[in-house]
Design a protein around this ligand. Structure first.
Ligand code: HSE
Length: 299
């Protein structure tokens, strides 16, 4: 039996409202990848994306594994990949970041590369295009990122305590590419100031447990208003969650999932979010998740 490495990678919710391309939080919903070198590439996918995730070298986990191998100056082998996904695809819960981080970490351990975490983060960001899902997927907890040239400067803070997250996941998908194309090139200074101040306030509120501030601190003017046409009911679902007692709520990443930060699992709140989507003709399921640690080698 050839050696293999198994890695478990968490989902993530990015932006947290105003922290566009900056703030992210790891959540306890996972994808698992098991990677080995092989003479001929073979991929087995189960769970979310089974049937349409490529079972070829175009598979994102394998593209990440191969890229890291190439950059280490090693020949890229064939791969055997077994991938089980619990993170739904293209819903704003960091599934592509989980695939990238899974591929990088598995290849790193399998080939004994010992790549510094900073380099893994930089490569993952380059592949994903923004850091706010790959950082929590890799490092866990609440992550704060800034880009400087090709570097992702990042601090991972401990997961906020006494917080559960209701994620209302619509049936339909939104590609991040499409959701980024919906954004303007430039913003009025008032909107920039609004977001800088709200992002800092949201972060401080999360760190200091001032969850009472989140309802206002998680408001955003940089991306959510422009994504409403892609996510019918977004504003209503956020309002429904707040009215039902959530501390704060926002579009999860580029959507279409809406994430509500709450004190406890409350079926009435979940139902309020589901119904607000249903009112717009959107079917959604609600899952309760908790803040989580980062990617782990599990075998
Ligand atoms: N910050 C990214 C965006 C997250 O909002 O486009 C994508 O999940």
């Amino acid at each position: 039996m050839l050696p293999s490495v198994s890695v478990r990678v968490p989902a993530s919710t990015a932006n947290l409202g105003p922290g566009f391309d900056c703030l992210g939080l790891a959540l306890d919903l996972y994808n698992t990848v098991t990677l080995a070198a092989a003479t001929v590439t073979e991929v087995v996918v189960s769970g979310e994306g089974d049937g349409w995730i490529p079972e070829t070298p175009a598979n994102l986990v394998l593209r990440a594994a191969s890229e890291l191998t190439r950059r280490a100056g090693l020949p890229v082998p064939g791969w055997r990949l077994v991938q089980h996904n619990d993170i739904p695809l293209a819903r704003g819960l960091g599934s592509s970041s989980a695939a990238i981080v899974g591929g990088l970490l598995a290849a790193d351990r399998l080939l004994g590369l010992d790549t510094p975490t900073q380099e893994l983060l930089d490569l993952a960001t380059e592949m994903e295009g923004h850091p706010d899902n790959v950082a929590p997927a890799l490092l866990g907890g609440l992550t704060v990122c800034a880009r400087e040239d090709d570097r992702t400067l990042c601090v991972s803070l401990p997961a906020p305590e006494n917080l559960v997250v209701a994620v209302a996941i619509p049936e339909f998908e939104v590609s991040t590419e499409q959701a980024r194309e919906a954004l303007p090139e430039a913003y009025p200074r008032a909107d920039a100031v609004y977001n800088v101040s709200h992002a800092c306030l949201a972060l401080a509120a999360l760190v200091r447990g001032r969850y009472d501030l989140l309802g206002q601190a998680m408001r955003d003017r940089l991306h959510q208003p422009y994504r409403v046409p892609l996510v019918p009911g977004m504003g209503e679902v956020i309002e429904a969650a707040l009215a039902a007692g959530a501390y704060g709520a926002a579009l999860s990443g580029s959507g279409p999932t809406v994430a509500a930060f709450c004190s406890d699992e409350d079926p009435a709140l979940a139902e309020a979010m589901r119904r607000a989507f249903a009112h717009e003709g959107v079917r959604a399921q609600v899952k309760w998740l908790r803040p989580a640690g980062g990617a782990e080698v599990i075998g």
